[in-house]
Design a protein around this ligand. Structure first.
Ligand code: SF4
Ligand code: SF4
Length: 169
């Protein structure tokens, strides 16, 4: 279907490099150029397999996407949160150790209607394992990781093993 072309947006960045400086994985490799393979939004949502090990420590506690480049952009201070769909819900805005205990059936029911659900339970556990590997090694974090060490999914087991090994260093 032919679409009418619109005008290119104007350049308003000037000398600002805030988003380039803020990106946790250095995914913005040049002005206006993102290496999606390094972007946490890609790694936690779109990527189906293992997250590259060298990027895991840089992901911090981001378990579903990342908007650091949006949060730091001075132009976005004019934005407002108007849609309640963007408000925290489903009781998941607590520590990551709670959500990792969600079994598959509860994951499906509690996340009904949420975009979080589309990555599925396995990738959800994968992402949280990385976050817990980056978290302080409290007894709760270690116990939560250990509870998933024998998970039937090789993907989950490998990321949990990586996280536990980090805490043993
Ligand atoms: S979403 Fe996060 S990881 Fe991706 S480019 Fe922006 S700051 Fe970097
Ligand atoms: S933070 Fe915003 S204004 Fe600054 S370089 Fe990035 S996109 Fe441009």
């Amino acid at each position: 279907m032919p679409l009418p072309p619109d005008a290119p947006i104007e350049e308003h960045c000037g000398t600002c490099t805030a988003c380039i400086d803020a990106c946790p994985t250095q995914a913005i490799v040049a002005p206006y150029e993102v290496d999606a393979r390094r972007c946490i939004s890609y790694l936690t949502i779109e990527l189906a397999g293992a997250i590259p090990e060298e990027l895991r420590p840089l992901m911090g506690n981001r378990i579903y996407g990342c908007d650091d480049c949006q949060l730091c952009c001075p132009w976005n201070r004019f934005a407002t949160i108007g849609d309640p769909d963007f408000a925290p819900r489903n009781g998941l805005d607590a520590s990551a150790a709670g959500p990792v205990r969600l079994e598959r059936s509860e994951f499906d029911s509690r996340l009904a209607g949420s975009p979080l659900r589309r990555i599925g339970h396995e990738r959800w556990l994968r992402n949280i394992a990385v976050a817990l590997g980056n978290a302080p090694g409290t007894p709760e974090v270690l116990a939560t990781l250990t509870s998933r060490a024998e998970h039937p999914s090789l993907l989950v087991r490998e990321h949990v093993g990586w996280a536990l090994a980090r805490h043993q260093k």
